[in-house]
Design a protein around this ligand. Sequence first.
Ligand code: HMG
Length: 392
Amino acid sequence: MKIGIDKIGFYAPHLYVDMNNLAVARNIEPEKFTIGIGQEKMAIAPITQDPVTLAANAAVEILDETDKEKIDFVIFGTESGIDNSKSAGVYVHRLLGLNPRARTIELKQACYGATAAIQMAKGHIALNPESRVLVLASDIARYGLNTSGESTQGAGAVAMVMSADPKMMALEDQSSYLTDDVMDFWRPVYSDKAFVDGKFSNEQYILFFQKVWEEYKEKTGFGLADFEAICFHLPYTKMGMKALRTVLEQGTEEDQERLLANYKISTLYNRIVGNIYTGSLYLSLLSLLELKEDLEDGSRIGLFSYGSGAVGEFFTGIVQPNYRAHLHVDRHTKVFESRTEVTVPEYEAIFNKTLPVDGSTVELDIDSDPATICLSGMKDNMRLYINKMNRN
Ligand code: HMG
């Protein structure tokens, strides 16, 4: 039985800052951000968007009534969750009007969370072929103003419906994975900003990629020639390229050209969104599927997932016949085109806005946020959400 990604939805908040302007404000040459890091625009979440609403907005565009009825498992991957107890997925479950006969949980392992969710969903569907699983990957990446990680922030979510006989991509069974306790990036529960050892994190990312790639080759006998493209977790778009380059010489000139050209296409969405942590790999996959118009059915795509701390995995999927008919390219083009640029001082003001932590009541201005699903306020330490379509 084929199991895999049946549908993919995406949402980024409607605000962004231009990386050239951020560089100027920080007294840095713009080329460091646009070429050295490889980022053009960075999505900024207004106070009315949090990981719950980003995920719900990503999912609302793909679910039909059959999905809502058949989804019996909601798995929310995030490392910027809003509650240490209640799963962010439970809010999304209500906001989307899903069938109550479902399991809903939240998973965390830095940027690896959504990959763990996908693998868990695959096992669930293998045992329950009729079921559909909603995998949500949603995060807001925050390092802080004027920090070296600042240029690698971002915000957004990817939602995927997983099923048997998927329309988009069937996952293959072989994969290789690795865990090692390293302190390259972490966020203690008392901090809303990540701590990072930047250079070390880059080294670990590359090391993990090399190790899982070598193990994958050993297990399967496959090599670069078997891949049409390899998508990477992209904390910034130069990162995957650094890892890819270390194995490219294993392929022929043709393999190298193909993989480099397709790598570029797989980074286009990430370049204008930034790091969305656990959704980043899947945003890269979406970029490839939507923007490479001549991607052929049956192509094998490699996926490298890395979550600091750290866990890495290399796994693969096969593009399904007629997959393009199920994409939402126009909708996503519109999401990007209708965004509003903010100045650096405006971005800083948004970054510094916080919600009350003393139980007081606040009502937020949801009319200035075009998203369908918003955080409308707080009361008694509870977040209040609204789906503008049905005022749920
Ligand atoms: P930095 O130290 O300020 O930057 O921070 P740099 O000095 O390393 O420069 C970056 C690149 O720009 C270099 O290129 C420079 O040469 C180049 P490279 O040598 O690396 O190819 N450069 C220029 N290029 C053109 N024109 C110029 C120019 N000037 C310099 N004028 C760093 C960079 C990524 C370390 C920092 O932003 C950071 O710490 N970010 C956060 C951590 C991160 O993203 N790590 C990535 C791997 S870990 C991971 O992916 C997991 C993660 O997503 C978290 C999770 O799992 O949850 C982060």
